[in-house]
Design a protein around this ligand. Structure first.
Ligand code: FE
Ligand code: CA
Length: 522
């Protein structure tokens, strides 16, 4: 099969391969330290490189050494291996401005997370790693503008839901070709299911993961995809998770069908550890047992502030469930418990942090990066109370929490709020209104799915008048362009995610107007 690879990825892949082929396979000495020399029959950089968490003076650089990526230990010896890193001002890596050494340790799956500081604000950099005589592809990254600085523009792409079996990653290739300043990944980076041949274009590599070894193989198998690697290598990512990074429809210490919180928390600890190992995250995010602090703020000068939240780890249980185990009811009526003002999808501490952050933001555009459709979605027939129902797994299971955010946006006069999301395997654009038929307080845009199928029915959405666009049949990603004068959200869809490389087109575009919240189609 000949696979089209976008030019940037192809260049990087070739560069990585060439540097491997040209190197003598002797133990290398870097900074006087003799490195362990794992067998170099295979490329230790098989999972690519990534960067993330940009600030105005630095960024996190990531890689994981895995010459045999589908083995639980990645084909690495049980010892620490030194990894040299370099950051340059040019793609040819001639003007190196920062360099150092990190240790890839077995208890971290031989991943490295380098927190580079001392870089200049608001500019491009390139980086690479060297380990055990091999050199990684070169990645591009971007630092954030200085705090409060005027900024002309920000281009970010956002994506979610990339089930490996459901399709190929052309969307990532197109995202890479846009050379955005930033990529937001909003959850379902992996799916935890066992290999299933029905409708699969390729199969999961291992049985359903439940422990560190299993999740390592699952994450590594996704990360071997060259188009996903290209998207990581083109820009810094900010990531959050949804449910499938651990288990379907889980919340806090419960998965969808078990009443074994202790057992589930052990599984969650393994999944969170391996998630950390595979993402360009800061050390302060490193999990402790089953806990991992993932909510945070990203500033982009005076132009934008992004609050990235975690709606899985701290949520209250599903409302209005039938008595007795297992509690599975995903679809619920408009029941009393659903509306309980004490309930939170973010959990009290995170919610307090978010409401404070929103009130104190001085940025012109305020983006809430969250996992799912933030707008209400009435399923069934909204005209008939008796047949009206909701999904309990998203904001509709926690409407009081959503109302408190809308209220804060309105009362604190937060400048130009909008919410981005994923999860529903559809493109959606909706007004967020505080009251039925009230004026929009904000807009929300779900940027489709990279490959996952089976989105909510378009017909249900048509019965929700605040939802201005809904398309669950196509795959792709969202793009947001922001300037001080205004912005644009564009839904980018691939023609066919079932083939390895497919062209992209615009499905729809929406204007972001300064001081005029809501969905404005262009
Ligand atoms: Fe999904
Ligand atoms: Ca999901």
């Amino acid at each position: 099969m000949s696979l089209y690879i976008p030019s940037i990825a192809r260049r990087q892949l070739l560069r990585g391969a060439a540097s491997l082929a040209g190197l003598a396979l002797a133990p290398a000495a870097i900074g006087g330290v003799v490195l362990a020399a794992p067998s170099l029959a295979d490329n230790p950089f098989s999972l690519g490189v990534a960067s993330g968490e940009p600030t105005d003076d630095g960024v996190v650089l990531w890689t994981r050494l895995a010459p045999k990526p589908l083995e639980p230990d990645g084909g690495m010896p049980p010892e620490r291996v030194a990894v040299r890193w370099e950051v340059a001002e040019d793609p040819a890596m001639r003007k190196v401005v920062r360099a150092g050494k990190a240790m890839a340790a077995p208890n971290a799956g031989h991943s490295v997370h380098v927190e580079v500081a001392g870089l200049k604000p608001n500019r491009e950099y390139w980086y690479r790693f060297t380990a055990a005589g091999a050199q990684s592809p070169v990645g591009r990254t971007v630092t954030a503008p200085a705090k409060g600085a005027a900024v002309d523009r920000l281009r970010l792409c956002y994506a979610s839901c990339q089930k490996f079996e459901a399709g190929f990653y052309s969307a990532h290739a197109h995202m890479a070709q846009e050379a955005p300043d930033l990529v937001l990944f909003l959850g379902d980076y992996i799916y935890e299911g066992a290999p299933r041949s029905k409708d699969a274009v390729r199969l999961h590599a291992n049985p359903e993961p439940k422990d560190v070894a299993g999740y390592r193989v699952r994450y590594a198998s996704y990360k071997t995809d060259p188009l996903l690697q290209a998207a990581h290598a083109v820009a810094p990512w900010m990531v959050t998770w949804d449910d499938h990074e651990v288990a379907n429809d889980y919340g806090a210490d419960r998965d969808q069908d078990s009443f074994d919180p202790q057992g589930f928390l052990r599984r969650r600890a393994a999944a969170y550890q391996v998630y950390y190992e595979h993402m360009p995250l800061r050390r302060r995010t490193m999990p402790v047992g089953p806990d991992m602090l993932l909510y945070r703020t990203l500033d982009w000068g005076s132009l934008a502030q992004i609050q990235m939240v975690d709606d899985r780890q701290y949520r209250d249980g599903k409302p209005c469930q039938p008595a007795g185990p297992p509690k599975r009811g995903k679809l619920i009526g408009d029941c009393e418990e659903r509306r309980d003002p004490g309930r939170s999808i973010l959990g009290k501490p995170q919610e307090a942090w978010l409401l404070d952050a929103l009130a104190s933001s001085k940025a012109q555009w305020n983006l809430l990066a969250q996992q799912t459709l933030m707008a209400e979605l009435q399923l069934g027939d909204p005209a008939k109370q008796a047949t009206r129902f909701y999904s309990s797994d998203g904001w509709d299971g926690y409407p009081a929490n959503r109302d408190r955010i809308l209220q804060r946006w309105r009362e604190a006069k937060v400048s130009n709020p909008l919410a981005l999301g994923g999860d529903i395997h559809a493109f959606a654009a909706a007004d967020l209104t505080g009251t039925p038929d009230g004026p929009p307080v904000a807009a929300t845009f779900v940027g489709g799915s990279i490959s996952s199928t089976g989105g909510e029915s378009d017909a249900f959405a048509a019965k929700n008048p605040h939802i201005k666009q809904f398309d669950g049949k196509v795959r792709g990603y969202g793009r947001v362009d922001l300037t001080p004068k205004g912005g644009r959200v564009t839904f980018r869809t691939v023609e066919n995610a079932l083939v390895p490389m497919s062209p992209v087109r615009d499905l729809a575009s929406f204007a972001l107007e300064n001081g005029r919240p809501g969905v404005h189609r262009v």
